[in-house]
Design a protein around this ligand. Structure first.
Ligand SMILES: O=C(O)c1cc(=O)[nH]c(=O)n1[C@@H]1O[C@H](COP(=O)(O)O)[C@@H](O)[C@H]1O
Length: 306
């Protein structure tokens, strides 16, 4: 999957992930009102609306980005109807050839981690019959509990040819509370980076490992340091746009080969139709607004990485 992701990034010249993090306030009136009319003011209506919204966006971006990242919490808050929308979104994105990064941020003792891994990257066997739960290509995981909790994910990734993005330095304002603590002469995020690099050597693709790292766009100097420490690790870089990450800082996250990072934007793309800049695409044109926002982001990155 890391090879496929890289091939698609090269083919489209687009190191961009669109975050599918729907919220009711991001829904255009046409989608929201239709769902309420058909299903009442219910979680079923929200699930249907989220799926219709995502489907419209996917249809308008699948040829200009390699990947999408649905954030499971946005769906989970609506219970089973939300999770149905999550699953349908993952399946639809894959049917359009997109690489799906399931943003689930899991981590637990090994026996439980194995179940998460099987549910999101692998398959269950029921009396000889196999089924996939959520068919993502990559997932995000939290390494706080150590190697024995990572190993079940690595095992399923090897069997299934899938990958991980492990939190190393996150984009949020308090990420330094723990991640920037000193451990001997190193920062904790540096120690985690060295481990992620080591785990990745267990599962290498052609140029990069299947074990990627989450490195926030909001700390570019840290991005630069981590790039040196983990040359074979792909970076998932969230925090662009809405959280303050800027195009001119993104060069730090890439290797000399022009690869090594994929930049995520969620609200900046999916809620573009609410942005006065894309006013001509409002309401029914919501998905065109997302496409235009992707094309603008692509141009900004091209200029900054030149
Ligand atoms: O793992 C992530 O994707 C993630 C890690 C991180 O450090 N910061 C971060 O914002 N994210 C996710 O990236 C997305 C950012 O959304 P926007 O700020 O709307 O672009 C959300 O889905 C977050 O959950």
């Amino acid at each position: 999957m890391i090879n496929l992701l890289i091939d698609k990034i090269k083919e489209q010249n687009s190191p961009i992930v669109v975050g599918l993090d729907p919220k009711v306030e991001f829904l255009p009136e046409c989608v929201r009102e239709k769902a309420f009319k058909d299903f009442g003011h219910s979680s079923k209506a929200i699930g249907e609306a989220f799926y219709e919204f995502n489907k419209g966006i996917i249809d308008h971006i699948y040829d200009v980005v390699p990947s999408v990242k649905p954030q499971i919490a946005m769906y989970e808050q609506y219970g089973i109807e939300g999770l149905i929308a999550y699953k349908k979104t993952v399946d639809y994105a894959k049917s359009k050839g997109l690489v799906v990064i399931g943003d689930i941020k899991r981590g637990d003792i090994a026996s439980t981690a194995e179940a998460y891994a099987v549910g999101h990257l692998g398959q269950v066997t029921i009396e000889g019959n196999t089924e996939r739960g959520f068919d993502s290509d990559f997932i995000t995981i939290n390494p706080y509990m150590g190697y024995d909790t990572i190993k079940p994910f690595l095992d399923v990734c090897k069997e299934e040819n899938r990958g991980l993005f492990v939190l190393v330095k996150t984009s949020n304002p308090s990420s330094g509370d723990f991640q920037d603590l000193k451990v001997g002469d190193d920062f904790l995020y540096e120690r985690v980076a060295m481990k992620v690099d080591e785990w990745g050597q267990e599962h290498m693709g052609q140029e990069y490992s299947y074990v990627g790292a989450v490195v926030g766009a909001t700390y570019p100097e840290v991005g630069k340091r981590l790039r040196e420490l983990m040359p074979k690790t792909y970076f998932l870089v969230p925090g662009y746009g809405a959280q303050g990450g800027k195009a001119e800082d993104m060069a730090h996250y890439f290797n000399k080969d022009g690869l090594g990072a994929i930049i995520n934007s969620s609200r900046g793309i999916i809620a573009a139709h609410k942005n006065p800049k894309y006013e001509q695409f409002k309401n029914e044109g919501f998905a065109m607004a997302s496409r235009q926002a992707v094309l603008d982001m692509k141009k900004e990155l091209e200029e900054a990485l030149r």
